[in-house]
Design a protein around this ligand. Structure first.
Ligand SMILES: *Cc1c(COP(=O)(O)O)cnc(C)c1O
Length: 395
């Protein structure tokens, strides 16, 4: 059955009739990855098993070069996860106790835990309801408030490209410039997105991304990368990921971590990178189908003019979200909620949350967001089925 279905990554049969009878459509489709990658994956893995350089082997450097060309940056440093990419980026800038780092209240916990890991203070900023990303106006307010009421040094702003849509870097970088902050982009969900001619990686002086399996460019385990044009910062990040060692030197040049991207994951990612443009095109095609079907019925995801998101997820805002989700479950359609709890309501971040009422947009989103399946393994029939079922639920 599975092998007869035409994945949407191959455009034949667009507009095909929806299948009859019950389907099951999963939110992700990771069990099918080796079939999608085929020979190129086997060859890559075999090469690693044969040379045996499992740590910082040649595939890591090859991947870093390929990703740098893809994203149009001078340096890519492969690391062990998206969260460690953020931690290392903060460490290269010397961020630590007494420093404020501004981040959206509506994101994954790792954005905040990277900041607390270096001893810095996370300052939550509410998001803009139009784009679900950090509000530049709220950032300006949070900065002024931090300067007026605390002793903290405002060092870094860490916008997040939620759902694969780049944050408003033009506005945020301008505010950062005026106040002497560095922008670190949390692009864990947006690798592959474009703003006009600029790819993610070129939108901020430092960008961190993740290769967690469900991210647009996902490995078969944990992984991440730092992207930058800054030679000194790149050199520092290379040392930090490997115990602070300078190349193969015996000395720790600086304090470091064990946070390398491992060679097998780099090999998987090299195979994935060959089909990544196709995967992105498939995600964009599905997003267009969904957009046309739902745009007059519910709030569809924002996609500003000239921006091509990476579509890590396709996230609607719906009333009575939990009931809608339940009805889709009954139809065999798996959905996700990113995120049910905004960061200012996590017990772990209570010390930095301030008033729980200070982030009303984040609270609204947490109650209404619902993510539909959008992975490249979906068939046209799957997409049509999701549309049909959801239209029924909404009517
Ligand atoms: C996934 C994710 C991370 C963390 O990436 P890991 O590779 O899981 O450590 C950080 N920030 C955001 C917004 C994410 O979605």
């Amino acid at each position: 059955m599975q092998s007869k279905r035409v994945p949407i990554g191959q455009p034949s049969g667009l507009g095909a009739q929806a299948g009859h009878g019950r389907r099951s459509v999963s939110l992700f489709n990771l069990a099918n990855e080796s079939a999608r990658l085929g020979q190129r994956l086997e060859e890559r893995l075999t090469a690693v098993l044969e040379h045996g350089r499992f740590i910082l082997g040649p595939e890591v450097e090859e991947l870093e070069g390929a990703l740098a060309r893809f994203a149009g940056v001078r340096h890519v440093i492969g690391v062990s996860s998206g969260r460690e990419a953020l931690v290392i980026a903060l460490m290269t800038l010397g961020v630590g106790p007494g420093d404020a780092v501004f981040l959206p209240a509506f994101t994954f916990a790792a954005t905040a835990s990277a900041i607390t890991a270096v001893g810095a203070t996370p300052v939550f900023v509410d998001v803009d309801p139009a784009i679900c990303n950090m509000s530049p106006d709220r950032l300006q307010q949070a900065l002024e408030n931090t300067i007026a009421t605390t002793q903290l040094r405002s060092k870094v702003v860490m916008p997040v490209d939620l759902y694969g849509l780049p944050a408003d870097y033009a506005a945020i970088n301008a505010i950062a410039g005026i106040h002497g902050l560095t922008t670190i982009a949390d692009a864990a969900q947006s690798f592959g997105a474009m703003v006009g001619e600029l790819p993610v990686g070129a939108l901020a002086p430092v960008t961190a991304t993740s290769f967690y399996p469900t991210k647009p460019l996902g490995a078969f385990g944990d992984g991440g990368a730092i992207l930058t044009d800054d030679d000194a910062l790149a050199a520092a990040a290379r040392q930090i990921r490997n115990h602070g060692r300078d190349g193969s030197g015996e000395e720790s040049a600086r304090l470091g971590l064990t946070a390398r991207l491992d060679t097998l994951q780099a090999a998987v990612l090299l195979a994935k990178l060959e089909i990544f443009e196709n995967d992105l095109a498939a995600r964009r095609r599905i997003a267009e189908h969904y957009g046309r079907a739902f745009e007059n019925l519910v709030q569809t995801p924002p996609c500003p003019e000239g921006v091509a998101p990476a579509w890590a997820s396709y996230t609607l805002r719906v009333d009575e979200r939990d009931a809608v989700q339940q009805r889709l479950v009954q139809a065999g359609i798996e959905t996700g909620v990113y995120y049910r709890v905004p960061l200012h309501r996590h017990p772990a971040f209570a010390p930095w949350a301030g008033s729980k009422k200070a982030y009303p947009v984040s609270d609204q989103l947490a109650n209404s967001v619902l993510s539909l399946p959008i992975h490249p393994g979906l068939t046209n029939e799957d997409v049509d089925y999701v549309i049909e079922e959801l239209l029924q639920v909404l009517s």
